[in-house]
Ligand binder design. Structure first.
Ligand SMILES: Nc1ncnc2c1ncn2[C@@H]1O[C@H](COP(=O)(O)OP(=O)(O)OP(=O)(O)O)[C@@H](O)[C@H]1O
Ligand SMILES: [Mg+2]
Length: 247
């Protein structure tokens, strides 16, 4: 679904990522961990095509096509969708209107009332997008828009941050419905709470401007808890063939 090769990203002249390699297979949900400021948001913003995240080297390949030079809307039409860590407030645009646009572009039937009701968002449909929404409400609003778009690759930047425990379960359930089968997801998380609710089989750590570790997400989370990020990335998974040889 997605292949990132030796990706270098700059923002405002500052190098943020320096040779990221990452693959996400069809039907796989992958979890990304990383310290504050390690560049996780920059990575997903670059995949989505936000122009301030400049690709200075490397390739982003989506469904076999290099998408480096495509605009955000072209990437969205190809099937990439994002849940933003900090979504903007859009005054004068009702959530219902945004959802109608997203579902029209996706050409798939979408029952807005049903999904809004599932996400406890019905009373928000006729409010300006994100205006005065609480932190958790904003995340549910983002997910509702993503559901309407129904992308093949979901980029979820901290979907559970600021969300109460019951709503995390709800969000996890909706993410599972939107991903799996032929669709893929990349979920960024700090706490790992979302891992209790989504079917994630892969995990990785972004550290020192690169993807440093790939493995089972529960394992990686436990290692980060136990040894911190530095301890986690120095673990054997970085060089599995060497460990094998030692054994
Ligand atoms: N416009 C900008 N100008 C300067 N530095 C920037 C800009 N945008 C991002 N950065 C810096 O890039 C680095 C990576 O930021 P990013 O938001 O990608 O981190 P993150 O891993 O998502 O962090 P968090 O876990 O806190 O969300 C940070 O040090 C941030 O301050
Ligand atoms: Mg971030």
């Amino acid at each position: 679904m997605l292949s990132i090769e030796n990706l270098h990203i700059e923002v405002s002249g500052k190098k943020i990522l320096d040779g990221v390699n990452l693959k996400i297979e069809k039907g796989v949900t992958s979890i990304m961990f990383g310290q504050n400021g390690s560049g996780k948001t920059s990575l997903v913003m670059a995949i989505m095509g936000f122009p301030e995240y400049k690709i200075t080297k490397g390739k982003i390949i989506f469904k076999g096509k290099v998408i480096n030079d495509l605009s955000i809307d072209e990437r969205a039409r190809l099937g990439i969708g994002i849940l933003l860590q900090r979504p903007p407030t859009v005054r004068g645009v009702k959530m219902r209107q945004m959802i109608a646009l997203a579902s029209k572009a996706s050409n798939k039937k979408f029952d807005v009332e049903k999904m809004a009701s599932k996400l406890n968002m019905k009373e928000f449909l006729d409010r300006d997008l994100n205006l005065g929404f609480s932190g958790g409400e904003m995340k549910r609003s983002e997910l509702l828009q993503l559901a309407a778009q129904s992308p093949d690759l979901l980029l979820l930047d901290e979907p559970e941050s600021g969300v109460d425990l019951e709503n995390i379960a709800l969000i996890g359930d909706v993410i599972n419905k939107l991903s799996g089968k032929d669709k893929s997801a990349l979920i960024i998380t700090h706490t790992g709470h979302i891992l209790d609710y989504v079917n994630a089989s892969r995990g990785c750590v972004l550290e020192n401007k690169k993807v440093q570790c790939v493995g089972d997400p529960h394992d990686i989370l436990n290692r980060i808890r136990k040894y911190g990020y530095k301890g986690c990335i120095s673990c054997h998974r970085k060089e599995p063939e060497k460990i094998k040889a030692k054994n």
